[in-house]
Design a protein around this ligand. Structure first.
Ligand code: T5A
Length: 236
């Protein structure tokens, strides 16, 4: 506990940029929509940076390779969750927190909800363990808005397969899991959204790229850009 308290003192800069995360299952369109959001923010001359998890900083990208190769799978879901959190600590410290402190918007393709959905739900991890990991990895940091792209798992799988030209050998450790695993993840995301409606919004990802982009932008406009200044500036 002392470590967390000391950590808090070091890792809570005054935060002014907005932090937007994209979540959902494989192939739901997160990376595609992250690009659209960044483009629209930059068109409005809002400083914005895109990033992703696992990864986003050089050391976290090293852990990404290990985690997606499947080499850490044998350690079990709790150890995998710790490794994802270790990557997140570096990513937050080196990239996300400094950008937000400089007033830059951060758009992140996956973040802590991925650990809750993937390791937490499919590995049946104790929620208290996951909350403790978040306290260490995130300190006080929470996304201002989390967009959860919801897509039936069969449809998501078809999109991912089409992109890979059906080369199944290219699938990473999580893409190799069966439909039941991905259905559990879909349900976990819907539960997270129901638990935290102030932070999360579920967007139906079955529409065209342009339709989904419009729905997301309407949400960002309403929930982030039009927020009164007193609410959007995050003090220590
Ligand atoms: N993970 C991650 C954990 O287990 N725990 C954690 O804590 C974290 C952070 C990361 C993996 O790690 C796991 C989860 C993941 O399994 P990844 O490759 O970074 O892996 O993430 P994925 O979600 O697997 O990335 P994908 O690229 O597969 O999915 P996206 O980003 O949701 O989808 P996108 O945008 O690349 O689109 C997929 C295809 O669909 C098309 C695109 O052109 C593309 O071909 N598309 C559409 N087609 C039709 N209609 C639309 N509206 C479309 N939008 C996009």
């Amino acid at each position: 506990m002392t470590i967390v308290a000391q950590d808090s003192q070091m890792r809570s800069p005054v935060r002014r940029g907005a932090f937007i995360t994209l979540e959902g299952g494989e192939g739901a369109g997160k990376s595609t929509q992250a690009r659209h959001i960044l483009q629209r923010l930059r068109e409005m001359r809002i400083a914005a940076v895109g990033t992703r998890e696992p990864g986003g900083s050089p050391d976290a990208e090293t852990l990404r390779k290990l985690l997606l190769s499947g080499d850490a799978e044998a350690l079990g879901p709790a150890a995998e969750a710790i490794l994802f959190a270790a990557a997140r600590i570096d990513h937050v410290d080196k990239k996300i927190a400094p950008a937000l402190a400089a007033g830059t918007f951060v758009v992140c393709d996956r973040f802590a909800d991925s650990t809750r959905a993937y390791q937490g739900a499919t590995g049946r991890l104790d929620p208290r363990f996951l909350r403790a990991l978040d306290r260490v990895a995130l300190d006080e940091l929470r996304p201002d808005l989390t967009v959860i792209l919801d897509l039936p798992v069969e449809e998501a799988r078809a999109r991912s397969a089409a992109r890979r030209n059906d080369n199944l050998g290219d699938r990473d450790r999580f893409e190799r899991e069966g439909l039941g695993f991905h259905q559990t993840i879909r349900e976990a995301y819907l539960s997270i959204a129901a638990e935290e409606p102030g932070r999360c919004v579920v967007i139906d990802a079955r529409g065209t790229e342009a339709e989904v982009s419009r729905a997301i932008w309407a949400t960002i406009s309403r929930r982030v850009l039009r927020k009164p200044a007193a609410e959007s500036a995050h003090g220590p």
